[in-house]
Design a protein around this ligand. Structure first.
Ligand SMILES: [Zn+2]
Length: 271
């Protein structure tokens, strides 16, 4: 657990996304949740020391962000597209995956269910809690449904997976050109600290490097398409794995992720 500013905490060491929370004068606001049930329960014990959880803001439609909601109280807020993903999530699949990858978590799944948000947004929303303001804005990129959460009193923005800080980005559901545009809008917020979806807490000065990583992916796949390469040929030749390591505990996924990223961009850019 890392103290980012006076009232903002983030966790970058866990398997899954980087969850965080903000301590306000009227309770705690969580942004995303620990993916692993055992981690979520440890977190809950930590958060109780700071007050009751009032809201849980989920930044995107991937399970490593929303799976932990079950273990917390608090009103859940997310993009409408994230609500759809949570409604479609399957507990049996989660159990199978944990059985294979982290079986020590299974005992905590007694009575587990996925909790969809009761408040959604499509474009933007502002939530006032005690002495803090939470500005939620749809920033399409890693998926169409990404939400950045900016807290002006702390000058901290939770970016969702639109920022992978020095870890390998997932583009398997990306809207690549919108992503570049969203990174420009992220820069304009005036934040001093960014809590990325994956990787260490960083500064907005990292945004140009993130843009370059996305642009290089776009260029590589565009080039393959213009040379007449088939999808399979493009997948066999394009890899950016040497640029950044995979996020913690995801190393084995690296080669498959290259092929998933190429497949997505090939489909989007061919149009
Ligand atoms: Zn994601």
């Amino acid at each position: 657990m890392q103290k980012v500013t006076g009232n903002v905490y983030a966790e970058t060491e866990l398997a899954g996304c980087n969850p965080g929370f903000v301590v306000t004068s009227e309770g705690v606001v969580m942004i995303d949740t620990p993916q692993m049930p055992a981690d979520a329960i440890k977190w809950r014990d930590e958060i109780v020391k700071h007050g009751p959880v009032r809201y849980i803001m989920i930044t995107e439609p991937h399970g490593d962000h929303f799976s932990g909601i079950h273990f917390f109280e608090g009103t859940v807020i997310a993009h409408e597209g994230t609500r759809e993903a949570i409604l479609a999530a399957d507990v049996e699949q989660l159990k199978e995956r944990l059985q294979q990858t982290a079986p020590e978590n299974l005992p905590f799944l007694e009575g587990f269910s996925y909790h969809p948000p009761t408040i959604t947004l499509n474009d933007r929303a502002t939530i006032y809690v005690g002495d803090h303001t939470f500005q939620l804005t749809n920033h399409p990129g890693h998926t169409p449904y990404q939400v950045a959460v900016y807290i002006p009193e702390e000058k901290v923005v939770f970016t969702s997976d639109n920022i992978f800080y020095e870890t390998h980005p997932f583009l398997h559901q990306a809207v690549p050109y919108e992503w570049l545009n969203s990174l420009d809008r992220l820069q304009e917020l005036g934040a001093e600290h960014m809590v990325p979806g994956h990787g260490e807490v960083c500064r907005p000065s990292y945004i140009p490097e993130m843009k370059a990583a996305i642009q290089d992916w776009i260029d590589a796949v565009s080039d393959a398409i213009s040379k007449g390469l088939s999808l399979e040929e493009a997948q066999d030749t394009i890899s950016f794995l040497d640029r950044y390591p995979m996020d913690a505990r995801m190393e084995a996924m690296g080669p498959m992720l290259q092929r998933m990223n190429v497949a997505r961009l090939y489909e989007v850019l061919k149009k």
